[in-house]
Design a protein around this ligand. Structure first.
Ligand SMILES: N[C@@H](CCC(=O)N[C@@H](CS)C(=O)NCC(=O)O)C(=O)O
Length: 214
């Protein structure tokens, strides 16, 4: 068993991507709960010693601190020969969806859910802007998954793990009832949940939660 520590907070879909990937690779990790709500990641001290980019998650791999989920997912996939490919065309597809997720799907979903649910005074115009973008992203993904069981075709890859990060939380938090409104996304989430080792976000990421404001 390799030696991993995951700096996270429970509501972090980005942390869930790494926690789930480690589990699907048969690996354990030491969870390091981080006081994101208390602003620790904004302190110069934390940025100096943990992540200069000021972001959660951070994965310590045998003492080396790694950040940015996409390259970390690739590293783990290659190390354990799981959820990746050796075909250059498929690798291109994995990267394509990873970039799309980071820029668009997670890129809009994460701040929307945070503003909507975990901040005391969400700004309506910000929510409205993000919602339009998310609706478009979810439609794009739903159409894609109508034709493909997984992101790049017949088998699950880290592209799926990345994209499901923020689609795995309850509708009361995300504001989206995916199973009702995006049936192909709903079926895809069920297919992933059937993988051996799968666990939901709050099972993998324990500890004190942020207050809800909706
Ligand atoms: N692209 C980054 C995104 C990480 C990220 O945005 N994390 C959030 C918490 S889940 C964060 O720390 N946000 C702080 C901020 O944007 O100021 C990754 O994939 O690791």
């Amino acid at each position: 068993m390799d030696n991993y520590k995951l700096h996270y907070f429970p509501e972090s879909g980005n942390s869930y991507k790494l926690a789930l990937m480690l589990k699907l690779c048969g690996q354990d990790f030491e969870p390091i709960w981080t006081d994101f709500g208390g602003g620790v990641t904004r302190t110069m001290e934390w940025r100096k010693h943990v992540n200069e980019m000021g972001e959660i998650p951070v994965l310590e791999d045998d003492g080396v601190k790694l950040t940015q989920t996409a390259p970390i997912l690739i590293r783990l996939a290659k190390r354990y020969n799981r959820l990746y490919t050796t075909d250059p065309k498929e690798e291109f597809e994995i990267l394509r969806w990873l970039f799309w997720d980071n820029h668009k799907l997670t890129g809009y979903m994460a701040p929307y859910r945070f503003q909507r649910t975990f901040t005391p005074s969400a700004i309506p115009s910000v929510l409205e802007f993000l919602q339009k973008r998310i609706d478009d992203c979810l439609n794009i993904l739903d159409v894609h998954l109508d034709r493909n069981p997984f992101a790049i075709g017949q088998a699950p890859t880290i592209a799926d793990i990345s994209m499901l990060g923020y689609l795995s939380f309850p509708p009361s938090e995300s504001g989206y009832d995916l199973r009702a409104d995006y049936p192909n996304i709903g079926s895809w989430l069920e297919r992933i949940a059937a993988l051996p080792g799968w666990q939901g976000p709050y099972d993998l990421l324990p500890g004190k939660r942020l207050p809800h404001y909706v």
